[in-house]
Design a protein around this ligand. Sequence first.
Ligand SMILES: Nc1ncnc2c1ncn2[C@@H]1O[C@H](COP(=O)(O)OP(=O)(O)OP(=O)(O)O)[C@@H](O)[C@H]1O
Ligand SMILES: O=P(O)(O)OC[C@H]1O[C@H](OP(=O)(O)OP(=O)(O)O)[C@H](O)[C@@H]1O
Ligand SMILES: [Mg+2]
Length: 285
Amino acid sequence: MSKLRIAVQKSGRLNEDSMRILKDIGISIDNGIDQLKASARNFPVEVFYLRNGDIPQYLKDGVVDAAIIGENVLIEKGAGINVVEKLGFSTCRVCIAVPKTTNYNSIKDLEGQRIATSYPNTVEMYLKENGVNANLHIINGSVEIAPNIGLADAICDIVSSGSTLFKNNLKEVETILTSEAVLAVSPKLTAEKQDILDTIQFRIKSVLKGRDSKYVLLNAPNDKVQDIINVLPGMKSPTVLPLAEEGWSSIHSVISKNEFWNVIDDLKAKGAQGILVCPIEKMVL
Ligand SMILES: Nc1ncnc2c1ncn2[C@@H]1O[C@H](COP(=O)(O)OP(=O)(O)OP(=O)(O)O)[C@@H](O)[C@H]1O
Ligand SMILES: O=P(O)(O)OC[C@H]1O[C@H](OP(=O)(O)OP(=O)(O)O)[C@H](O)[C@@H]1O
Ligand SMILES: [Mg+2]
């Protein structure tokens, strides 16, 4: 049986979370140091450890069948490659920034300016959409230093917390796109491998849904149960079980982890006691 070849970043910001999601979907890999390729022990998958920036070309050529990659890199280099799942980690944005002292009013202010970037196609596209002509300087790292050494008037790079911009006396003036890690697929994927990919995608959905949710258990007097159920935005209807103590019930439900803090006070006010909130490993829908 053929194996699905999945590329992950060899080292860097995506590596750890990529390996974690593979592990969470039940793909065990013996990862030797400096290994560039490894087979899963229990699933028809081979993992290739590659540079993030090289992955779009490998996908286009069908050298790998799928990849965990930053969406921003696909936008820069990955025309024709499909994203099948957003993975929720390595969230960032690609922005244009200028020195804090620059008087910036609109994108038109970049006309004729020098912009340093590692993402030339992305910047070019954005400038073209806005009818602006600028001179791009392509550099591969430490882009934020460029204005301080007189190499450029502006930069375009990844921003997450904004601390690198801040440390280099820059301010964000345009957000070109937002990005996160995604599962991307080669346009040359065969039907046989599509079946393996479908299984992987189904498992990833279950893991991501689980990460997003909490299992809530609480106790309440029977006459408060309906009020409490009305507050809980559960999966379907919550489970209600009688407690050993007469007149009391235990309510179990699944709740989005973001919603939990919004309803906790209401639950308490409605008479909920002994509230437990537990992580969910996987949620199969
Ligand atoms: N500060 C950040 N916060 C969150 N995500 C980020 C940040 N910087 C980069 N990323 C995301 O992680 C991806 C990998 O970034 P990283 O810096 O590890 O690799 P790289 O140098 O771009 O690539 P390569 O593997 O080709 O050396 C980026 O493409 C982007 O999607
Ligand atoms: O907004 P922040 O949270 O400060 O993150 C943004 C910085 O993170 C990335 O660099 P990285 O640290 O990956 O270094 P690199 O340039 O060597 O890839 C990116 O290129 C920015 O410089
Ligand atoms: Mg980086």
